[in-house]
Every structure is written in structure tokens, then in C-alpha cells.
Design a protein around this ligand. Structure first.
Ligand code: ADP
Length: 532
């Protein structure tokens, strides 16, 4: 049920209520419960307490079943916590609950009037009373053991097998103890000290038995008060407190059965059983919710990672296609220069130099794609936007020539520098220019690419890449920036989405407008570099 040491470096024991410190709200709530329990106690403990009420025969079996269910479920949840935290204290507390659950069965069956008028299982009046005492004293002792052991180190080296063995051994021992006690108090009821004379009268021994039993609860409560630390401790203190009230109601004024005090005592009994159960259930539900959220989150993260993986692959392919074809063309050109009757060494060298430049650029680009998908800071330098445009145009000059595209430039010569990543911004420009060329390549008429740089909004620079191509359909204006949207036969649809993330990472914006009468204008802004 619980997992330890998840991928996020979290530990299971950071979440369970036997380790969490109670919040102020939880403390206040507990205090409120104490006050309510006290007020109700004061109301019913007075003269009202001995007022007889109607005898409801179904009450005792219903009460016994409720205690059995509540305590056994609480025990099961505490055993589950023990299996995670391996704390002896939790094991003791779980066994305490298990004991009270177990003894609730013979208590109910021996109660006079449930199975037989004098009490079932061959027991008598004394059997029920002694089972009540044993169950309560047993729980108080287990609670004391819990309190004394709760700050001890957990049993680190326990394997799941030995955890199971410990649970089974202790459960076995408690069961054996419970069975022996039941046999002893039923078969041997005639030998038991008579602490109760009849349903309305107790012997003097009663106080010597119930007094120390209540004393055990007080000791447990005081010890826990001194050592309390966790949410579980807080709720257990409430449980002990409710038990003390229950004992005061059912044992200290002479316990007339089916009187107001007696009924109220039983209700407190159910309450004291439920406090820990309710909080454990709440915790299990909360943990389940957390687990669900974690699993969903993990799955989403995995999907995003896969998506990122796809995006990286597509980006690499997209980005290296252009320099690679430029390199092939440069290589063919240099071969042609060298193949001539009189080889033109200078031209061949220039073409080879372009290959070297493109090779470097491709290397830088791949590095950059890696950093694009990482969150660490990218290298930024002070850059001149006009230079960036010139360099980008140089990189695509073959494409421009091949498609007979005329270039017009309109640079603002007094632009302030910007701060950014040179390769990334060049990537943006090359992408926009290549898209513009592609868009014009399918159209008839003059092909003119205009590049402009200017000041925008006083603190930014703006670059515009203008073409007279087929333009962007108004319905596609937002779509084109989405990954994998393409209208080209062998397009990847990654270029613009990457451009936008690069520009946004630089604190700018990238958008498109129509170029009338035809074509598209892509604009991007980058903040000017503030000199300190
Ligand atoms: P790809 O170029 O692989 O298709 P992009 O993300 O760069 O990926 O572009 C996405 C789509 O945006 C293109 O397929 C095209 O339909 C549209 N587009 C981009 N630039 C222009 C432009 N200058 N003119 C017209 N349409 C364009």
C-alpha cells in the first residue's frame, strides 16, 4: 500500500500521521473535542447519570459489533503503518486495538440477556465485568508501551518477510491471550472475585479493580502528554481522555446498567475507538489522493518527455537540413572550380571556407538545440542586430540565388545592442528567411525579401522579415506557431514553434501580419541591452 523512497526523493514516513507534527488547526480541533467531551460529561455525570432509561436489548450487540469493527479496522491500518515505518511502538498500539476488538466479542456474548439471561458462553455477571476490565487495562498497557517506545529508532533492517512474521507472531500471541482470558473468565467465572454483586450493586473490590485500571489510563495520558509529538499522539491522547471519561461514567458512580451514565459511557467508548480510525482513514484517503496525483503527474511527465524527445529529433533534422544542403552545394561548387581547365583556386577555397563555416555552425546549432531543451542558462552576449541579419543572409545566399529572390534591407544604423544567444537568434532569422523563400518559391511574379530593423516601443528592437509569397491564411495565424503544423510536403512544422520559444526566452515576441497586397511579414522584438 505504501511506497518508500519515491523517485522524487520523498520518504513515506514524511507523510504518515505517526510522524507528522500536528498543525495549529489540528491542535485547536483536538482541544475543541476535549471541551465538548467534558461539557457532555459534566451534563450527564450529575444526578442524571443514575437515571434509568429504557432497556434496549439490541444496544449491547450493536455496541459490541461497533467496537469490534472500529478497533479491528484501526488495528489493521496501524499494522499497515508498522509495515512501512517498522516502529515497535506502532506494533504495540496496533496490538492494543486488536486486543480490544477481540475481547469485544466475548464481552458481548457474555453480557446477560444477549445469548442467555444469565450471560452466554457459560459465563455469568462477573465474566462481562472482568472482560471489560481486561480489555481496558490491556489497551492502557499497550498505549503505555507505545508511548515509551515511540521515539526509539525503527527496525531498519527488517525484510517484508520478517515484518509479516512479527505481525503474525504478535497477533497470534494477543489472540492466544484473549482466548485464554475468555476461557478463564467464562469457564472459571465461579472462581472470579465478585466485583459486581448484581446489575445495580458493586462490592468494595470494584474500586480496587477499576481504580488502578483508570490509573493506567491516567499514567498513559500523562506520559503521552509529556512525550507527544505527532498527529497520532494527539489523537491517541484524545482516545485516552475519552476512555477516562467513559470509565468515570460507567464505573465510578455505581454502574446501573441501562442508566443515562451507562449509555453515555458506551457512546464515549465508541468515540474513543473512532478518533484514531477516522484520522487514519482520512490519512489513507489523502495518501491515496497524493499517490494518484503522483502517478498521473509521472505519466504526464513521461508523455512530455516523449514529446520533447520527438521535438528534439524533429528539431535536429529541421535545423541541420539547411546548412547541410548549403555544404553540399558549396562542395559541388568547389569541385566545379577545381575541375576547370584552369582551376580557380581562390573560388574553390572560398567555397571550402563556407563548408568549414557551416560545419562550425552546425556544431554550435546541435549544442544549442541541446541547451534549448535544458533549463540552464544559455550563453548570452551583446549583439548587433544588423550584423545578425547580414550573417543570416550570408548563410542562406544559395537558397536566395537558387530561387532568384531579390533582397532589400532597411537597417536602422543607430540601434542599441541587444543581449542574446547569437546562434539561436541566427537560427530564428534563417528560419524566417527560409520560410519566406519557400512561400515565394511557389508563386509567380517578382520575389522580393525585405529585411528591416528598427526601434520598437523605446526599450525594444524589432526585426521584420517581409515576403511577397502566398501569405498566411487568417485561420492559420495561430496554428503556424504550433509544433508540427506544416503545409509543406516535407515540412516538419517545428521551425516557427522553436523560433517563438527562442524569442520568448529572450524576453521578446514573434508574430505575423499580412503583407498587402500579398505575402506575410514576420516580426520579432528583442529588448535592448541595458548598459549598467
Ligand atoms: P515548416 O517550415 O517545416 O512547415 P514552420 O513551423 O517553419 O515549419 O512553418 C509552419 C507553417 O507556417 C508552414 O508550413 C507554412 O504553412 C506557414 N508559414 C511559415 N512561414 C510562412 C510564410 N513566410 N508565408 C506563408 N506561410 C508561412
Amino acid at each position: 500500500m505504501f511506497v518508500e523512497g519515491s523517485a522524487a526523493g520523498l520518504r513515506a514516513d514524511e507523510f504518515v500521521l505517526s510522524n507528522l507534527s500536528p498543525s495549529v488547526a489540528q491542535r485547536r480541533f483536538a482541544l475543541g473535542v476535549v471541551l465538548v467531551l467534558l461539557v457532555v460529561f459534566i451534563i450527564v455525570a450529575g444526578p442524571l447519570s443514575s437515571m434509568p432509561l429504557r432497556r434496549v436489548d439490541a444496544f449491547v450487540p450493536a455496541y459490541g459489533t461497533a467496537i469490534f469493527l472500529i478497533d479491528s479496522i484501526t488495528a489493521a491500518l496501524l499494522f499497515a503503518q508498522f509495515s512501512v515505518l517498522r516502529s515497535h511502538a506502532l506494533l504495540a498500539l496496533a496490538n492494543g486495538y486488536f486486543l480490544t476488538a477481540l475481547l469485544a466479542i466475548p464481552w458481548t456474548l457474555t453480557f446477560p440477556g444477549v445469548l442467555a439471561p444469565e450471560g452466554g458462553l457459560g459465563g455469568g455477571l462477573q465474566s462481562t465485568v472482568w472482560l471489560y476490565v481486561l480489555s481496558h487495562a490491556g489497551f492502557a498497557l499497550f498505549a503505555i508501551v507505545y508511548t515509551l517506545l515511540k521515539d526509539a529508532d525503527p527496525m531498519e533492517a527488517l525484510s517484508p518477510r520478517s515484518i509479516r512474521a512479527r505481525v503474525l507472531t504478535t497477533v497470534g500471541s494477543v489472540t492466544a491471550l484473549g482466548c485464554c482470558a475468555t476461557v478463564f473468565v467464562t469457564a472459571g467465572h465461579a472462581f472470579l472475585p465478585r466485583i459486581m454483586l448484581d446489575t445495580a450493586e458493586v462490592s468494595y473490590l470494584w474500586y480496587y479493580v477499576v481504580g488502578p485500571m483508570a490509573g493506567l489510563f491516567v499514567v498513559a495520558l500523562v506520559l503521552l502528554w509529556l512525550r507527544h509529538r505527532s498527529v497520532l499522539d494527539l489523537w491517541l491522547m484524545l482516545v485516552l481522555f475519552a476512555y477516562i471519561i467513559e470509565i468515570s461514567l460507567t464505573a465510578f458512580p455505581i454502574p446501573y446498567r441501562f442508566s443515562v451514565g451507562w449509555y453515555a459511557g458506551r457512546v464515549y467508548g465508541v468515540f474513543s475507538g473512532s478518533f484514531v480510525l477516522v484520522t487514519l482513514m482520512k490519512e489513507v484517503t489523502m495518501l491515496y489522493g497524493e499517490l494518484l496525483r503522483a502517478v498521473v503527474g509521472q505519466r504526464r511527465e513521461r508523455e512530455v518527455r516523449l514529446l520533447t524527445g520527438d521535438a528534439v529529433a524533429a528539431t535536429v533534422a529541421h535545423e541541420i537540413k539547411q546548412p547541410l544542403s548549403a555544404m553540399t552545394m558549396d562542395a559541388s561548387a568547389s569541385l566545379r572550380w577545381l575541375d576547370r581547365a584552369t582551376p580557380n583556386i581562390d573560388e574553390a577555397k572560398a567555397a571550402l571556407q563556407q563548408i568549414v563555416n557551416n560545419g562550425h555552425r552546425m556544431g554550435a546549432m546541435i549544442d544549442n538545440i541541446r541547451t534549448l531543451f535544458k533549463t540552464d542558462a544559455r550563453i548570452r552576449t551583446s549583439l548587433d542586430v544588423n550584423n545578425l541579419i547580414r550573417e543570416a543572409l550570408a548563410l542562406v545566399r544559395y537558397d536566395l540565388q537558387t530561387h532568384r529572390v531579390a533582397v532589400q534591407t532597411d537597417y536602422n544604423q543607430s540601434l542599441p545592442p541587444i543581449e542574446g544567444n547569437e546562434v539561436q537568434l541566427q537560427q530564428v532569422l534563417v528560419n524566417l528567411i527560409t520560410n519566406a523563400i519557400d512561400s515565394m518559391a511557389t508563386e509567380d511574379g517578382d520575389r522580393v525579401l525585405s529585411l528591416r530593423s528598427k526601434v520598437y516601443d523605446s526599450s525594444c528592437l524589432m526585426v521584420s522579415v517581409e515576403d511577397v509569397g502566398k501569405g498566411v491564411e487568417p485561420s492559420a495565424i495561430d496554428l503556424i506557431f504550433k509544433p508540427q503544423f506544416t503545409t509543406k510536403a516535407n515540412g516538419m512544422g517545428m521551425g516557427l514553434s522553436i523560433c517563438r520559444s527562442i524569442i520568448e526566452a529572450h524576453g521578446g515576441q514573434l508574430w505575423v501580419t499580412a503583407n498587402l497586397p500579398r505575402g506575410a511579414i514576420f516580426h520579432f522584438t528583442v529588448p535592448a541591452h541595458r548598459q549598467h
